[in-house]
Design a protein around this ligand. Structure first.
Ligand SMILES: Nc1ncnc2c1ncn2[C@@H]1O[C@H](COP(=O)(O)OP(=O)(O)OP(=O)(O)O)[C@@H](O)[C@H]1O
Ligand SMILES: [Mg+2]
Length: 340
């Protein structure tokens, strides 16, 4: 039985978000072409292609994979910034299609997104106080008289000085600005944060501080994270489970320990071989071999086969299904056939 079916058969009580067979197809034909040719002539890019996973309350699920594999597109689908082309997403059992309606207000408060570049998401002309108060005002969560106190409390909660509320975003450092966007996300008492490369633009030492803050907040407030990063060391630090994406597909989904100790998919192994040795075992690094194929013309069968050292004829023609191996879910013929 496929992994997807198995998961469906045993819904877990603590699942906060569930994505089932989701896809996002972008029409990337030149706009003028759309007028002169039939639909079949268009260039369709499957940025996310049949991805399924659950996120459990209080956990951090990390998504990793090379640039362009679809991580940000998944993030945007989860919070309703994009519509799905296929499949369904539910949050606490409710279809997120409701986000677009008035009835979705409560749901919108619960899910927030944090981006790589906090400067771009913080209005430079507003004082921090007003930036953080905005979602509180928008959702009418508190009377005006209590907002200043709540903002001060939020600033303290993310390790900033409440007196800094009168300042503007440019008066803060990169790390402090990311703390501001976390404070704003928490202003609505959000429970689920989708974090897209939240620390990638920061210096390494600042990165660690922000990651530690996120871990502390998770513990204190019971937050659930989808955490996107191309940096496996960061993922090793924060994740409970890890999903590995390749060309829009989830090729492996497993608890962090399984991913780092017994990676099964050849692509996961390739990514791990390319990073500095986290466990200091003195293993040499091997750069990731080959290039990601053009997503407009993906390879047949298993899309990883042209780069895979274990590919055989079946891999070239037949797309592998996701299957369980212990706690890991892997889509790979070589793993299934016990060849690796
Ligand atoms: N709005 C869009 N229109 C057309 N194509 C898009 C759009 N957004 C993303 N894509 C394409 O979809 C694929 C997945 O992109 P996505 O941004 O999700 O990847 P990513 O894993 O987040 O990459 P990165 O690590 O560089 O952030 C890429 O081929 C990208 O070019
Ligand atoms: Mg991205």
């Amino acid at each position: 039985m496929s992994a997807v079916l198995k998961e469906n058969a045993q819904p877990q009580a603590d699942v906060v978000l569930s994505a089932k067979n989701i896809a996002k197809v972008f029409d990337v034909s030149a706009p003028w072409l759309n007028r002169v040719i039939e639909r079949k002539g268009r260039s369709l890019l499957r940025a996310v292609d049949g991805v399924s996973f659950d996120i459990r309350r209080g956990e951090t699920l990390a998504l990793v994979g090379e640039s362009g594999c679809g991580k940000s597109t998944v993030a945007r689908l989860l919070v309703g910034l994009y519509d799905t082309s296929q499949g369904s997403i539910t949050f606490e059992g409710q279809d997120i299609g409701v986000l677009k309606t008035a009835a979705g207000r409560k749901l919108r408060q619960k899910m927030q997104m944090i981006f790589q570049d906090p400067y771009a998401s913080l209005n430079p002309r507003w004082r921090v106080l007003d930036i953080i108060a905005e979602p509180i005002r928008e959702h009418k969560l508190l009377p005006e008289s209590q907002i200043a106190d709540r903002v001060a409390e939020l600033l303290k909660h993310v390790g900033l000085n409440p007196a800094d509320g009168v300042k503007y975003p440019h008066q803060f450092s990169g790390g402090q600005r990311q703390r501001l966007s976390i404070a704003r996300a928490l202003a609505t008492k959000a429970e689920f944060l989708v974090c897209d490369e939240p620390t990638s633009a920061l210096d390494v030492s600042v990165q660690a501080q922000v990651l530690n803050l996120m871990k502390d907040l998770q513990r204190e407030d019971g937050l659930t994270y989808l955490f996107i990063s191309h940096n496996l060391q960061v993922v090793h630090h924060v994740a409970d489970r890890v999903g590995v994406m390749y060309l829009g597909k989830l090729v492996e989904l497993a608890p962090k320990r399984e991913i780092f100790d017994t990676p099964r998919h050849p692509y996961t192994r390739m990514l791990l071989d390319a990073i500095p040795d986290i466990k200091m075992t003195g293993k040499a690094r091997t750069p990731v071999a080959g290039e990601v194929p053009n997503p407009l013309n993906p390879p047949s069968g298993c899309t990883f086969h042209p780069r895979c050292p274990h590919a055989n004829e079946r891999c070239k023609t037949e797309a592998p299904q996701s299957k369980f191996y212990g706690a890991s879910i892997v889509a790979c013929h070589a793993v299934e056939e016990g060849r690796i």
